[in-house]
Write a protein that binds this ligand. Structure first.
Ligand code: ATR
Length: 291
């Protein structure tokens, strides 16, 4: 996609001495689209604030968080590989973070306490709703992967009443996920393609299919899929992963990962900057322009 120049009438970012500050902690962090997204919202709503990338090595994570707090930041997003460290560091966890065992949003409270939230799973479900892909409460979902993203998405889908199964290359990880999320089913990695017909939703939560990831060409067989299967990928670089291309070719409904990125960001923005931001076509275009 060609880069769209910002229109001459686009509002400028306002950063005064009173600006509210937030950012994203990751290692590496240069791939993150969160700065593009949050600064778009700051301009759109005319908020005096800034959101910056914060490349922080794992061994420096706690020092960096305490430093941001000391420097008056309102909080931060947390991405790979810090989500579990952020969970351990937070003084208070909201229920979603406790269930996910991970934190992607830190809020620095005025009394010095650090609150941790996990908004990935709810962001995923909201992105499904936004595309009109709401599933029946009795639906069945199969998740590929058993890492932090899988746990967060699985918990959110269970909260919606879905039966959730996970399958993972390393079976022990799928089994330990089943221990922390009662009702979750672990399916053998070698068997999921053949058993796909039993599900209404397939979600790839691994980095398979991601540009620069372990296997960018990951294109599993969807031969056994039911005609109504919805295929979702939380990978958003590229926008159309090989898995989604395969699903489209079979005439299945698909959901890309960008929607989850946009929706998971809303809660943090509201906490730090005091405004509930809208996710609409313009928001999506502003982030897509940064690709
Ligand atoms: P995150 O917190 O973003 O989910 P993670 O905890 O590192 O990241 O999880 C990455 C997921 O991608 C895991 O399910 C991982 O499978 P393993 O537990 O077997 O490592 C999966 N994954 C990564 N590379 C893979 C590959 N080449 N084949 C299959 N699964 C892979």
């Amino acid at each position: 996609m060609t880069k769209k120049p910002e229109s001459a009438s686009a509002p400028c970012q306002r950063i005064t001495g009173k600006a509210r500050l937030a950012g994203v902690l990751g290692w590496p962090v240069s791939h993150s689209r969160s700065p593009a997204l949050h600064n778009y919202w700051l301009r759109r709503y005319g908020i005096d604030g800034a959101y910056v990338p914060l490349p922080v090595r794992p061994e420096q994570f706690e020092t960096a968080v305490r430093g941001l707090q000391a420097a008056g930041f309102r909080g931060a997003n947390v991405t790979i590989p810090h989500k579990e460290a952020a969970c351990a560091l937070a003084d208070d966890l909201d229920p979603s973070a406790r269930r996910a065992g991970a934190v992607n949003t830190l809020v620095f409270e005025e009394d010095g306490r650090i609150r941790g939230l996990s908004t990935d799973g709810d962001g995923f479900v909201a992105s499904m709703d936004a595309k009109g892909l709401t599933l029946p409460a009795s639906g069945r979902a199969l998740l590929l992967g058993a890492g932090g993203a899988a746990r967060s998405v699985a918990a959110a889908l269970q909260d919606r009443g879905l039966h959730v199964a996970v399958t993972n290359r390393t079976p022990a990880r799928a089994e330990s996920l089943a221990e922390v999320l009662p009702g979750l089913e672990a399916v053998p990695w070698a068997a999921w393609e053949a058993g796909l017909g039993a599900y209404d939703l397939l979600v790839n939560t691994t980095s398979l299919g991601m540009e620069g990831g372990p296997d960018p060409m990951f294109r599993p067989s969807l031969k056994a899929a039911a005609r109504h299967l919805v295929v979702a990928d939380i990978v958003y670089v590229p926008r159309l992963t090989p898995l989604l291309a395969e699903a489209e070719q079979r005439g299945l409904k698909t959901l890309g990962g960008l929607g989850m990125l946009l929706h998971q960001a809303r809660l943090g923005f509201r906490e730090w900057f005091g405004q509930d931001p809208e996710v609409d076509a313009e928001t999506e275009a502003s982030v897509t322009a940064s690709f």
